[in-house]
Design a binder for this molecule. Sequence first.
Ligand SMILES: [Zn+2]
Length: 196
Amino acid sequence: MEYLPSSEGILKKVLGYGYQIHPEALKILESLDDEKALEVLGSFSARFPEAIVIEIKHVEGILEKSPFKKAAETGEFRLKLSGKVTQIYDGSGLIQRCPKCNRWIIDNFCMVHSDVEGIWDLRIKARFDDGKERYTLIFKKDMTEKSADITLEEAKKLGEAATLERMRETLIGKHFEIGGVKLKGGNFLVNDIREV
Ligand SMILES: [Zn+2]
């Protein structure tokens, strides 16, 4: 019987990460060179935090992301930045979303679905400067609540203008260490933030 150290190594790695893997997905990983296969495994938890079984669609999804070579080369898609928030863009703060398509809407009116009952949400789109480059940061609700130290309920009581003002006061000009994921359009999705 032929001994295949490389593929056995990959299965071991998968199990070592605590995952199970679909046989077809394992075949795809085995068809890659070791480095690439480990790169896919390394980014799996960031891409599919809920999954415990690695399916073909996961592997294919990660491989499609290969344009993000730079981040992938570190083994994960997570990146760390250190710098200053220099601007909070309009459309940040307490916003409404269409319950049908999740678009940002104003006054319970969706461009596609007309009159709807908007759902309140929090988000921040901010400019970030690390001294060399500028980035556009995107904060979803949980990271917005954490970084601006405000909950959705509190924001609803404060109102839109006061919420945005509070976010500007809390964030602009301060130094942060940020962890996150670079998105397709070049924006940076924040999933960890710490004032330094
Ligand atoms: Zn809509």
